[in-house]
Design a protein around this ligand. Structure first.
Ligand SMILES: [Ca+2]
Ligand SMILES: [Ca+2]
Length: 174
């Protein structure tokens, strides 16, 4: 009889542990599978033209970060049109400005430093000026926009002091 009671006690303890203290693994996100918590499929991009200081590419990268933004990426014709409108409405409409593309460390293979994605990734969108990027002098590793007017891109030495353009990307819940 004592053995049966002891066994029942052990089983009760095991059940209590199972139901009262569920162990959730750190990487178990199944509990977040509610439709209400799905990530948005649309994002709204805004550009911010900074004309007040001239900085190197890496300084521009950090300047954007310091105000909660990131150095601009342009991944579609729609982005390019938005860029054109934003520049037209800025306090200085003459470039060039840094945007976030660089082939530092891997010549000829440009990535967006803000997203770690190759330039043209998924969309195949490029907007280089004819003949660019040319890596002139063997040392042009950062992308600028607006050197010759418009919004075409050119590679430029990363230590050139230029104005710069940041962006914000926010979920579009509407
Ligand atoms: Ca280069
Ligand atoms: Ca160039």
């Amino acid at each position: 009889m004592k053995i049966i009671i002891l066994l029942l006690f052990v089983i009760c303890c095991m059940l209590a542990t199972h139901f009262c203290s569920p162990i959730i693994e750190e990487d178990d996100f199944s509990s977040f599978a509610s439709p209400c918590l799905q990530p948005p499929t649309n994002f709204k991009k805004r550009y911010f033209v900074h004309n007040n200081i001239h900085v190197t590419f890496l300084e521009a990268w950090r300047q954007c970060q310091a105000i909660g933004l990131r150095l601009a990426t342009i991944t579609s014709e729609e982005d390019s049109k938005l860029m054109q409108e934003t520049i037209a409405n800025s306090t200085n409409t003459k470039g060039p400005w840094y945007i976030g593309g660089t082939d530092l460390g891997n010549e000829g293979h440009f990535v967006w430093i803000s997203t770690n994605k190759p330039v043209g990734h998924m969309t195949g969108y490029f907007n280089y000026s004819p003949g660019q990027p040319d890596n002139a002098g063997g040392s042009e590793n950062c992308l600028e926009i607006g050197r010759w007017g418009g919004v075409v891109w050119n590679d430029e030495p990363c230590d050139a002091k230029l104005r710069y353009i940041c962006e914000s990307v926010t979920p579009n819940w509407s």
